[in-house]
Write a protein that binds this ligand. Structure first.
Ligand code: GTP
Ligand code: MG
Length: 321
């Protein structure tokens, strides 16, 4: 609780400690998170996703510099690629971002992709709330667009940038479908390379075919290593925030996010409560019983839930889902 007070005053060390706590799924963080929650919802959250090596970190680095130039403070959450993708890139991130490391207006944190009770998006959402509550103006979330987990993470953002690179024009079908659909803005990075026109044409074509009622994402070009296109990128982000329909769509997003959040917290909490009253070996015995068909998973769960009133559709009631 004292930790919460310190976070609210912008204490960076308290913030770092709190994030470590939520990352470990520590039980005591519930109190902390509920204490800071009323002070959240102010930071502008920008998600940056895209295939491995697209230049997301380079872009984030330039975005930091840009926003510092406007006097904003920033938090960065770098969701580490799973080990299959990381290869040294994490160290690379640190080196590239080191120019900002002595700057108290920038708080950088990486999150491991595995081992979070309640999932990566839960842990990242908590970290985001903590940064938000500590008064950081902008939070950038970098994640490799490789799986459902990452897609969920990036959905925490108010604005989602999907970073692509030329040379994938032919392969646009091969890009994880889910990541194209969550884009608010497409960024063609490495547009110093050949093929940017073609990729843009492919994207435009794809967007014409898309039949959803979301506003059509704008397509921008950057050369992150040279800092080109960053002003235009922020101009587009700012325009989006000032544009017609922004309030409504932001509200909708926040509502959807709150729904996911509630579900995740509920699931984790239920699980925790059930686990807490398990006798030693009880779980393993149940697993064994189900494996041997002495018990079925549905009855097993009923026995675990114990005195919780059964839902409609639970065993013994009429309707199932
Ligand atoms: N030519 C060119 N190279 C770039 C550009 N932006 C980034 N790169 C290079 O692309 C490589 C990958 O850049 P990163 O910023 O680490 O890419 P990333 O998307 O963060 O990579 P992961 O986090 O590992 O998925 C680096 O060698 C960068 O120097 C660009 O605009 N043009
Ligand atoms: Mg990176």
């Amino acid at each position: 609780v004292e930790l919460a007070e310190r976070i609210l005053t912008g204490d960076r060390r308290a913030l770092a400690r709190a994030i470590t706590l939520v990352e470990s799924g520590h039980e005591e963080t519930a109190g902390l998170l509920s204490r800071v929650y009323p002070s959240t919802g102010r930071a502008r959250v920008i998600g940056v996703t895209g295939p491995p090596g697209a230049g997301k970190s380079s872009l984030v680095d330039r975005m930091i510099a840009h926003e510092r130039g406007r006097g904003a403070s920033l938090g960065v959450i770098a969701v580490d690629p799973s080990s299959a993708y990381s290869g040294g890139a994490i160290l690379g991130d640190r080196v590239r971002m080191i120019g900002h490391s002595s700057d108290s207006g920038v708080f950088i944190r990486s999150m491991a992709t595995r081992g979070h009770l309640g999932g990566l998006s839960r842990a990242t959402g908590d970290a985001l709330d903590l940064m938000d509550a500590s008064g950081l103006d902008v939070v950038l979330v970098e994640t490799v667009g490789v799986g459902q987990d990452e897609v969920e993470v990036v959905e925490l953002a108010d604005t989602v940038l999907v970073v692509l690179v030329p040379g994938m024009g032919d392969d646009i079908q091969a890009i994880k479908a889910g990541i194209l659909e969550i884009a608010d803005l497409f960024v063609i990075n490495k547009s110093d390379r050949e093929g940017a026109d073609r990729l843009e044409a492919e994207l435009q074509h794809m967007l014409t075919l898309a039949d959803n009622d979301r506003p059509r994402p704008q397509i921008l070009r950057t050369v992150a290593i040279k800092g080109e296109g960053i002003d235009e990128l922020f101009a587009a982000i700012d325009r989006r925030h000032a544009g017609r329909g922004w309030e409504e769509s932001a509200r909708e997003r926040r509502r959807a996010r709150a729904g996911h959040r509630l579900e995740a917290v509920l699931a984790a909490e239920l699980r925790r409560r059930v686990e807490r009253r398990l006798a030693p070996g009880q779980w393993e015995d149940l697993v064994e019983a189900v494996a041997e068909r002495r018990e079925d998973p549905y009855h097993a769960v009923e026995s675990l839930l114990g005195d919780l009133p059964p839902s409609a559709g639970a065993l013994g009631t009429e309707e199932g889902p």
